[in-house]
Design a protein around this ligand. Structure first.
Ligand code: PMM
Length: 312
């Protein structure tokens, strides 16, 4: 289980909380609430007040079926928001699949590039990230939103997602990305079928990803598999915005299982959850056996924590 520190980002000695600011009119989870730049900036600052360690700013919706926006429009949406948050010393990540957007964002002060395509959408991305020397979230992805759900076909979802991510790691290393800068993400909801349990299998085997030797980020917040899980008896799905308690439950479990970071829309209860998970880990058998560094997320795995076992 690896949750090593990532250069240039906070190291609170627990799972980090990344708060989401979608500067889009059409993201599925928050439906355009932060499309106005002033509102987006205010929202980012509010998320920090609620306990976000990082604020993830994105200008392109990745909801299933979404069409792409132009690069100019993406830049127009995200740059002013990133600049304003950076001016307030907020650790900002940019959620983009475009190398040029990543480059402009990093020049504006973004500290992390969050690429849901793991370098597949724009072949220049890994080289640009390597040159920028910033951490890079490499997410599992099988294609753009307009048809990604047709690619959600697996014989063994955990093995295949792990192998495909491992290939992406090799590819970005070849392009010069430093291994210490790589963060992995199984890509819940992206090319995963919410009706067949793909997302639950990935969550149940987080160790398959932490064992690849890089910190792991989990983005479960308000995803469609939660709206189905929490559906009414007549099948009416729970609205996205009413899946936050379930998101917090996942946060607790993945934080205990060694996730490095969770990406969430409602920060405060998730910030509470990661602190609870850290407190339980710190009080576990490894602590009784000897002092556990507050920074060590790895200590529990070898000591065999009950909660904190890498397998959920
Ligand atoms: N999910 C969304 C957008 N960006 N980034 C990472 N690394 N992981 C995710 O799971 C992820 C992401 C889609 O969610 P949203 O549009 O509701 O914010």
């Amino acid at each position: 289980m690896t949750t090593a520190a990532v250069p240039g980002l906070p190291e609170p000695g627990r799972c980090l909380v990344m708060g989401v600011v979608n500067v889009t009119p059409d993201s599925f989870s928050d439906g355009g609430a932060w499309f106005d730049p002033e509102k987006a900036i205010r929202h980012g600052l509010d998320l920090v007040t609620e306990g976000a360690d990082i604020v993830d700013v994105g200008g392109e919706s990745t909801r299933p079926g979404a069409q792409r926006v132009s690069q100019e429009e993406e830049l127009r949406r995200v740059v002013p928001v990133i600049e304003a948050l950076v001016a307030e010393n907020v650790p900002v990540s940019v959620d983009t699949m475009r190398a040029e957007v990543a480059e402009v964002a990093v020049n504006a002060g973004a500290r992390l590039v969050n690429d849901v395509s793991g370098g597949l959408a724009d072949p220049d991305m890994p080289r640009v990230v390597a040159a920028a020397g910033v951490p890079y979230v490499v997410m599992h992805w099988r294609g753009h939103s307009h048809d990604m759900q047709t690619r959600a076909v697996y014989t063994d979802v955990v093995r295949e997602v792990r192998e495909e991510l491992a290939h992406r790691v090799d590819a970005v290393l070849q392009e010069g990305v430093d291994p210490s800068m790589i963060v992995l993400d199984p890509g819940l909801g992206f090319g995963k079928n919410p009706q067949t349990g793909h997302n639950w299998s990935l969550l149940a085997h987080l160790d398959a990803f932490t064992s690849l030797g890089h910190p792991v980020l989990v983005g479960a917040s308000r995803k469609a598999f939660l709206t189905r899980l929490l559906a009414e008896p007549d099948g009416t799905r729970r609205p996205f915005g009413e899946c936050d308690d379930a998101t917090v439950a996942i946060t607790s479990l993945v934080a205990a299982a060694g996730a490095w970071c969770v990406r969430v829309h409602r920060v405060r209860p998730n910030a509470d959850a990661v602190r609870v998970a850290a407190a339980i880990r710190a009080a576990g058998p490894a602590s009784a056996a000897g002092p556990v560094s507050e920074d060590s997320h790895d200590a529990g795995a070898s000591a065999g924590y009950d909660i904190g076992s890498p397998r959920l």
